[in-house]
Design a protein around this ligand. Structure first.
Ligand code: AMP
Length: 365
């Protein structure tokens, strides 16, 4: 165990709202934080003890950062391999690059799910438009075409409604240019007729102990998470299955920190894994107010070598994202003692920008 003493600085790569909430959780446990990211005036910078604004490829800045912190963790997974390798050579990094890189690539992720015996939607790797035409015949329509890397909140995705109709989707995800990536460029997935989407946030400590928050039921709007609700409307056996998948995944990745696994539940009760993230997740924000501990504190505990605690829930909850102008209509929430408002300190409420969220609690059913 590598236990950090109070007052030690935890380094966080990325400085968005997830980093902000990690910093707040770290401060409560007596740690300082140092965030590193390319954006100035970012949500995490406002609350971190120290901040570096630099590109992830800036080795001089990475060198100063790594010598100033006791451990490095991440608030997002799309850091360049070069930054992760540089840091790993100079400081403890949790989770490790080995775990992170699986989560950067949808194809590696799907192969990983198969390796732990967890089902996914049917899929094919695709590098050219003619690959896509073959794949759509095998998978059938409707289907979703997704870039293998760097997609988020529906970016880099296009739905294909009919087998003959691949041209627009290919143009949409390639921007009209022929891709020449090192790895497979895109993945075609069968469109799942799910009854609901759920996610499980698992935490694993340095002592290898795994604890999971219960599954939340997630609703997306405009390709972005809109609400997460607990309890999810799923059978107890489905919830137990989802927790088992997340537990097996975090163990197989040998990850110290958090793993969020997003899944589709079908009408037969089957679970198909969609994607995973080795960090706090938007669909875990309900834990901040409905549980004795929350995803951010569990992650800090894990990377700091503290024991993880039972994440049992004491209230029913709905987490609602405040997107764009939503943030200007929160007076009702502010007046409601059951509504816990979290704002990210972003000055400009642009359309589609996550500005905050609110956790609305009810007595536990
Ligand atoms: P992703 O970026 O993969 O999480 O996709 C964003 C959202 O698009 C998911 O949460 C689903 O609501 C929807 N979606 C993605 N892939 C599929 C699929 N294969 N079948 C049905 N819906 C999907």
């Amino acid at each position: 165990m590598h236990r950090l003493q109070p007052g030690t600085t935890i380094g966080i790569l990325g400085n968005g709202q997830l980093g902000r909430m990690l910093c707040l959780a770290a401060a409560r446990l007596g740690y300082r934080t140092h965030v590193f990211g390319p954006e100035a005036d970012s949500p995490a910078e406002h609350v971190a003890t120290y901040s570096t604004v630099a590109d992830y490829t800036d080795e001089t800045a990475l060198a100063a950062f790594s010598s100033a912190v006791g451990v490095v963790t991440f608030e997002f997974e799309n850091v360049p391999a070069s930054a992760a390798a540089y840091l790993a050579a100079h400081v403890h990094v949790r989770p490790t690059w080995k775990a992170l890189k699986v989560c950067q690539d949808r194809i590696k992720e799907k192969q990983f799910f198969a390796s732990i015996g967890a089902a996914t939607p049917p899929w094919r790797g695709v590098n050219t438009h003619s690959d896509l035409d073959i794949a759509i015949k095998e998978i059938g329509a409707p289907a979703v075409l997704k870039t293998a890397r760097f997609g988020y909140d529906g970016k880099g995705q296009a739905k294909i409604l009919a087998e003959a109709d691949t041209g627009a989707a290919w143009a949409a995800i390639t921007g009209g240019k022929n891709p020449t990536p090192k790895n497979t460029f895109a993945v075609l997935e069968g469109f799942v007729d799910f009854i609901c989407e759920i996610s499980v946030i698992a935490a694993r400590g340095q002592d290898r102990n795994v604890v999971c928050f219960e599954p939340s039921e997630n609703v997306h709007a405009n390709h972005m998470l809109a609400t997460s609700t607990v309890p999810a409307r799923i059978a107890p056996a489905t919830a137990a299955h989802a927790i088992d998948i997340a537990t097996r995944a975090i163990k197989a990745l040998d990850l110290v920190g958090l793993l969020a696994v997003e899944m589709f539940v079908t009408s037969s009760g089957a679970i198909l894994c969609n994607e995973m993230a080795p960090r706090p997740h938007n669909s875990g924000h309900w834990t901040q107010d409905a549980c004795g501990t929350n995803q951010f504190e569990q992650m800090i505990r894990a990377v700091a070598g503290l024991p993880l605690v039972d994440p049992a829930r004491h209230a029913d909850a709905v987490m609602r994202n405040l997107v764009g102008e939503d943030v200007n209509n929160i007076d009702g929430y502010l007046a409601d003692p059951a509504a816990h408002v979290h704002l990210y300190g972003k000055a400009e409420a642009r359309p589609g920008r996550k500005m905050g969220h609110v956790n609305i609690l009810k007595a536990k059913t």
